[in-house]
Design a protein around this ligand. Structure first.
Ligand code: TEU
Length: 553
């Protein structure tokens, strides 16, 4: 297994990465063409979002055939070529495993639908409705009922889109089928998997109503996350698939707590190597997620610091392990969420990079983050994401938000924001394609693109490159302790990362306002900063978003 604690992982959402086939859609050959770029950036592994056959209702997270590649992205031969060329370049390939559900176009579901006595019927949750209503009151993650009518009074469960039918993991045949899929790709040479929404594969027995005394659809959080069989089934996968291949497994943990991550990732438990948590990425969201605007998308830097402190201390103290990320294909761009896209776009992008690379846990770069890509200004007609199209309606119907406000807010938080094509250069369509791109390109590509930034030593791209080099040369950043100082400061995050060889001090002004700090007397050299290097002093005045990494003498 590759050394994931000393690695940097780059996330590719293939549809918008690079188009080599002149159809306006990113593809596998496009990823192959960019392997030298990824090598030059300095990453060690690539997590590729789903490439499998899919109707694209959820852009690949609705799989209709696990054993074939979406022809828009290429062929199985292309994937084989990618795996081999990546390995030759010293890059690991991590595939996305979507095993909580399949597309309703999958042959298993089609057989189940056609014939109630089919063995595939028990691959899914088919249940009788109640008085013309769904079997229970669960709300899906996408703002609709978690049940879709199949035929007559029969419904099937879908925690996500209505065309994403939940698999019944209680059925051993389902577990064996998923294990066979994993073995197939591991035998092809992939290094492991990012396991999609993996902590929702076990649902409360009997599928009972949630808050039955309440009106309307209810989010069944503890009925569908982290139930006891999740660990049982992960241990089975670890024993039968991961260990025999010495393969890596990263789990996406919906609303997962530090206690649960420790259970899933403690090495002696033989379940997962790493997990994604959601506390930071959902800062400012309401309890029902990004389309719940009741917190007005406001969060404090004290919240940001509290979450950082919680996860850093809990993981180090209890032998848990996480991947650290500031955006991905499911959320708006990190600069719009945590930085500044106007006055301090470059500086705040570097601040966020320094933050992410200074933490305990494997740093993830989402495509385009390394050049400070930001949300485009989307109109309703630009929306393509199923979640947005349906959750905007839920914002109106469930939360009672006036439609014109719901649409403005939806454009700000929709996943479409992070799915615009990567901006490679200043040529037409940002060099992503020479055809009509499948999705709008952010018009700021002429100023913000890879080519321009690789040639600018002070660019965000070169800062990411330095972060990767510095992380690689300072073990304390990978496995050292975390000790916070200035815990009560309203906007400055400061902490030591130490091991037996060295002591590093990270100081980050999270705010667009200047900040003053008082430090213990010490000597140190400024080894990485988004502002001109400064002397480490007891009293420091930080510019907006100013960030430093000091090596303490
Ligand atoms: O996302 C799971 C998940 O976290 C979603 O609930 C996500 O939070 C969503 O955007 C609601 O805010 C995974 C994939 O990353 C996502 O792209 C898929 O749509 C989803 O599973 C279903 O496969």
């Amino acid at each position: 297994m590759f050394d994931y604690k000393h690695s940097v992982i780059y996330q590719i959402w293939p549809r918008s990465f690079f188009d080599s086939s002149h159809d306006g859609i990113g593809d596998i050959q496009g990823i192959i063409r960019k392997l030298p770029y990824l090598k030059k950036l300095g990453v060690d592994a690539i997590w590729i979002c789903p490439l499998y056959q899919s109707p694209n209702d959820d852009y690949g997270y609705d799989i209709s055939d696990y054993y074939s590649i979406n022809p828009e992205y290429g062929t199985m031969a292309d994937l084989t070529e990618l795996i081999h060329k990546a390995k030759d370049a010293g890059l690991q390939i991590i595939m996305d495993l979507v095993a909580n559900h399949t597309s309703t176009k999958h042959k298993w579901f089609q057989e189940a639908l056609k014939d109630p006595s089919s063995p595939y019927r028990d691959y899914y949750y088919f249940r009788e409705g109640r008085n013309g209503q769904p079997p229970n009151n669960w709300l899906s993650f996408f703002g609709t009922s978690a049940w879709t009518k199949a035929e007559g009074n029969m419904y099937y469960l879908n925690l996500y889109a209505e065309t994403q039918a939940d698999l019944n993991w209680n059925n051993p045949a389902v577990r064996i089928a998923i294990q066979n899929i994993m073995n197939f790709y591991l035998d092809m040479g992939v290094s492991g998997f990012r396991m999609d929404t993996i902590n929702t594969i076990d649902k409360k027995e009997g599928l009972p109503d949630k808050n039955p005394d309440k009106e309307g659809l209810q989010f069944a959080d503890d009925y569908i996350t982290d139930r006891e069989n999740v660990r049982v089934w992960l241990k089975e996968i670890n024993e039968k698939v991961l260990q025999p291949h010495d393969a890596f497994a990263l789990g996406e943990g919906i609303m997962v707590t530090p206690e649960k991550v420790i259970e899933y990732t403690k090495p002696s438990h033989h379940e997962l190597n790493m997990m994604f948590q959601f506390d930071l990425i959902t800062l400012g969201y309401g309890e029902l997620g990004k389309y719940d605007c009741r917190r007005l998308y406001h969060y404090s830097h004290a919240d940001f610091k509290r979450i950082t402190r919680l996860w850093q201390t809990q993981m180090l103290k209890n032998d848990g392990y996480i991947g650290n990320y500031l955006s991905n294909h499911d959320h708006q761009r990190s600069l719009n969420h945590f930085g500044d896209v106007h006055l301090y776009r470059s500086r705040s992008a570097k601040m966020l990079a320094l933050y992410n690379f200074a933490l305990y846990g494997t740093p993830f770069i989402y495509q385009g983050e390394e050049i400070a890509m930001v949300n485009p200004h989307l109109k309703e007609s630009d929306w393509k994401d199923y979640e947005c199209l349906h959750s905007c309606q839920a914002m109106i119907s469930i939360l009672g938000i006036p439609p014109f406000i719901a649409k403005i807010l939806s454009s700000l938080v929709t996943r479409d924001n992070s799915r615009t094509p990567v901006q490679w250069n200043a040529s037409a369509n940002a060099g992503f394609t020479d055809a009509k791109p499948w999705m709008m390109v952010n018009p700021d590509y002429q100023k913000w693109n890879v080519e321009q930034q690789m040639n600018d030593p002070e660019s965000v791209w070169n800062f990411y490159h330095r972060c990767i080099e510095i992380r690689r040369s300072h073990e304390a950043l990978c496995t050292g302790d975390f000790q916070e100082i200035l815990a009560d400061h309203p906007s400055v995050l400061a902490f030591y990362r130490t091991d037996e060889k060295e002591k590093l001090l990270i100081i980050i002004n999270l705010s667009k306002m200047p900040a003053s700090i008082h430090l213990p007397a010490m000597q140190g050299s400024d080894i990485l900063s988004n502002c001109p290097s400064v002397k480490l002093k007891e009293h420091m005045h930080l510019k907006p978003y100013e960030a430093h990494l000091f090596l303490i003498h």
